[in-house]
Design a protein around this ligand. Sequence first.
Ligand code: PMT
Length: 494
Amino acid sequence: MTYEIDKSIMRCRAFAEAAGYTKSALALKAGLSTGTLKDFWQDHWSPTATTLRAIEALIPLGSTILPDVALAPMNKGLLTGQRILLIIGGGIAAYKSLDLARRLMERGASVTGVLTKGGAEFITPLSVASLTGHECYTDLFSLKDEADMGHIRLSRECDVILVAPATADMMAKMAAGLAGDLATTVLLATDKPVIIAPAMNAQMWAHPATRRNMTTLKADGIDFIDAAEGMLACGEVGKGRMADVMDMVAHIEAFFIKPMASNTSLPLPLRNKHIVITAGPTIEPIDPVRYIANRSSGKQGFDIAAACAALGAQVTLVAGPVNQPDPIGVKRVNVESAREMQAAVNQALPADVFVGVAAVADWRAVHDVAQKMKKEHTGLPALELVENPDILATISQRKQHRPSLVVGFAAETQNVADFATAKRKRKGCDWIMANDVSASTGIMGGDENQVILINDKVIDYWPKMCKKDVAEKLAQCIADHLENLNAARRFSAK
Ligand code: PMT
């Protein structure tokens, strides 16, 4: 029930933010007194069902803005207070920039859009404006914009300019210093950092002219969010897709975090804490070419590493073989087997916190044969297995130098909460994050997760979220827990 109310609150806030309502405008529209919405954006706002119903009634049926936003924490993120000028260039990836704007706003940023003529072939200024809650600027020669917010002010009154998608044409103009429209004029006039997310066809990406322009732009101090590989809009496969939205969000967060982390006066809650995290699968050799493996992608563990680093922690990430980029500010140690993972974890200890996200293989082949096993016609070979060391249990049961908090993950396919509760007790960890890895959930290997945090006091069901949001929420819980432990220690020392 609480969860339903929380969801409704999030939905109402997401709607109010996306539609650009002030509190009083929202109250007027919903027929409520302004006092009812007094603490609308605050955590302790506890509306009645009637209030929520009145606001929910304003949300257009079939609204596509709301479902994801509704589940994400609003205005609490790492980008709180950052002003981002988002220049949307003319490519099919322009539609992804709407989602990008939403995700940045969810994390507390204020986003103002500039739409190029090409960008406006794909999305409208109205959709950008209604999503960001700010006017979307399009025209260099618009008297209104010049009177209201000239291009010089536009280029200065932000903390960063983000160009997404940055087309080959836009990059060429930037490299040449052209200023024939609002976007390029703003980019030439700005004294703020510029980040660009290129998007183009693979041949255009590889063309010597584009490579030259990239070199020039990098030398000019432009920061790049590297293009991704995959199926392109034109049907070809190769490098040139605009990066995934969540990767762009991570890049922008890292951009703001770097100076924050080096600023020792900022109150980062995990500063001076060492956190060791395992992620990904382990692979267990059968012979030189065959191995036992599982479907873990490493995403969840890598996101947790990034989220802890963002809160100031010193993070060692021990990763099985996965195709994930290094999280910013994290020390990564690559391993393959469970025994290698255990050795790397032991090497990384001592730590304040251990988080075991890896899908460690429970068993390995008794004999790791030096030569490739031949397919004999005399019958099937026997695969004899032996149990791997249990990294989580070993750390949990340490008598000396046990981390203050040991967190495991439980991958279950049935009776999730019950089996995970028993697993927590058996292994001896403090918390276990249970998730249902049945094939139908798509959690293992996918982008979303739905977890249950279980400790000796609570069984807390979290809503389905993207793995990055799960990671941020867990990192915050870890920070709160360590703070409480500290407070308790200070109290008992008195
Ligand atoms: O990597 P992703 O695609 O993002 O997917 C994330 C995930 C589904 C892998 C992750 O959320 C998850 O559930 N990780 C735990 C996977 C697992 O091995 O669960 P388990 O129930 O078998 O093990 C319980 C705990 O013991 C885990 O913390 C595991 O790391 C640990 N363990 C298990 C066996 C072993 N030999 N040593 C261990 O440390």
